[in-house]
Design a binder for this molecule. Structure first.
Ligand SMILES: C[S@@+](CC[C@H](N)C(=O)[O-])C[C@H]1O[C@@H](n2cnc3c(N)ncnc32)[C@H](O)[C@@H]1O
Length: 455
């Protein structure tokens, strides 16, 4: 075994992803190199930032050897369902060879295999990422697997994050975040359905992923059609309306703290054959329900409002039937980073107060720290991510979406910002978005969301 710092080729890499993967693959093969046994190490990055390693296995009969990339793919798939983003492989020099370890491209067989399992994978070549599909222009496509976007499970985990978006997120998203109260949710933001309607309409109309968040949720819930399901923070019933056909012989309970949206949910599902009940209350007090009353509980984009998150999760656990499933859906704090970049740039132009430069309220419980909360209450917690990109080809459409987000919460706790503050913010933001649309054809918001599956 030889371990020499100078053999590491990660220093030649031009971007952070390549450096990280090449460094990990090198570190593995430098530790495990064995003449005629293990020559190559590989590392695969998943969309949640996890790195999965694989070691090449040589064999007495050459054709029986297994490439490091294939082993890394298996390791990744054992660990997560999340989309795979990039792969790198590093060949360690034989004792008779001079020079550093080399970044090596995947062989033809691995190109076929990797693209079957991760069609959007990038590969590190000469220190930078390129699309693996470009290295296999006429890939074999048989009839064994579904090939349309909506049929293929791997395509349902679409990946819109590029190294540029990641870099922007690292630069733009602050640590500090807005804390919004349940009282304000009840009395102001969700007193009526305006905010929810604006967001939901935009997601339906401007999304790019052919599989919607609802498709993602249905996949996670694994419904047979007869379950009793509780939706805490059900809002205007948008999610329940879509889940309802999957619960044709089941039972639905929608709970929300805000009577305004709860009434809208009730009206929305009026007349459906699945029995529905509507309960006004806070999700951290489920005392109305008996132990093990539900086979499924969902909480979609709402947990950050709940005053006592631990109490709420303990209550969910209590009302969940053994063998049941709780699905908590939330965002990464850098979801829609492009909107935050634009918003902060306008705030800077306006010399706005520092207290407005904060991240989304979902940072209180996000994809980054959600598992910590959930592990205190559930034995099994698994994160499955879902991405999308909203593309607005009209500034007006974007401005409606931006205002439904209370201008990235600047209007949630405005304090005294002066009479014309939001008019000016609106005008300046619109001008910036119009410039982007004129240049690129649309203004894109990259969504990074996901669900924790808990039992
Ligand atoms: C962003 S909306 C999400 C609505 C719905 N789940 C969806 O995804 O369309 C958040 C919802 O949580 C509700 N909410 C806020 N605090 C709550 C609490 N403590 N208990 C129950 N619902 C709450 C709000 O009234 C609002 O309807």
């Amino acid at each position: 075994m030889r371990v020499e710092e100078s053999l590491d080729p990660s220093g030649t890499c031009q971007d952070e992803v390549s450096r990280r993967l090449v460094g990990a693959a090198y570190e593995l093969i430098a530790r495990r190199y064995l003449l005629a046994r293990h020559q190559i190490g590989a590392a695969i990055l998943d969309a949640d930032g996890g790195v999965h390693l694989g070691l090449h296995l040589d064999a007495m009969v050459g054709r029986a050897a297994i490439c490091a990339e294939a082993v890394a793919l298996g390791t990744a798939r054992m660990a997560t369902h999340t989309a795979l983003v990039a792969v790198a492989a590093v060949r360690f020099p034989k004792p008779t060879e001079d020079g550093p370890a080399r970044i090596v491209p995947p062989c033809g067989l691995c190109r076929e295999l990797l693209l079957d399992h991760a069609p959007d994978l990038s590969v590190v070549l000469t220190g930078r990422c390129v699309a693996l599909a470009d290295l296999l222009p006429d890939k074999y496509v048989g009839t064994k697997w579904p090939t349309t976007a909506s049929d293929c499970p791997e395509r349902s985990v679409m990946d819109f994050r590029t190294p540029e978006v990641d870099k922007l997120a690292a630069e733009v998203i602050p640590e500090e975040f807005f804390e919004l109260s349940a009282e304000k949710a009840r009395d102001v933001y969700f007193a009526d359905t305006r905010m929810l309607d604006g967001k939901q309409l935009a997601h339906n109309r401007y999304r790019t992923n052919p599989r919607s968040l609802i498709d993602h949720l249905v996949e996670q819930l694994e419904l047979s059609g007869t379950e009793t399901l509780l939706d805490i923070g059900c809002g205007n019933g948008f999610v329940l309306e879509h889940l309802r056909p999957h619960l044709a012989d089941g039972h639905i309970v929608g709970l929300d703290i805000a009577p305004g949206v709860l009434r809208a949910a009730e009206a929305r599902l009026a007349g459906v054959a699945t029995p529905c009940e509507w309960v006004e209350g806070s999700a951290d007090d489920l005392s109305l329900f008996g132990d093990h009353a539900f086979e499924r509980v969902i909480a979609t984009y709402m947990m950050h409002y709940v005053p006592d998150i631990d109490r709420c999760l303990a209550e969910v656990r209590r009302v969940l039937r053994p063998g049941g499933r709780f699905v908590l859906t939330t965002d990464r704090t850098d979801s829609m980073v492009e909107m935050y970049e634009m918003h902060f740039a306008v705030l800077r132009d306006m010399d706005a107060p520092k207290r407005l430069f904060k991240a989304t309220p979902k940072a209180r419980i996000s994809l980054a720290n959600g598992e910590e909360y959930l592990r205190r209450h559930f034995a099994n917690v698994e994160l499955r991510t879902w991405q999308d990109q909203l593309r607005f080809a009209s500034a007006e459409a974007f401005m409606a979406f931006y205002s439904a987000h209370n201008y990235c919460c600047a209007a949630s706790e405005p304090g005294d910002l002066g009479e014309n503050f939001f008019e000016e913010l609106h005008t300046r933001a619109r001008a910036r978005v119009e410039d982007v649309i004129a240049r690129d054809g649309y203004f894109a918001l990259t969504k990074f969301t996901g669900s924790f599956i808990c039992s």
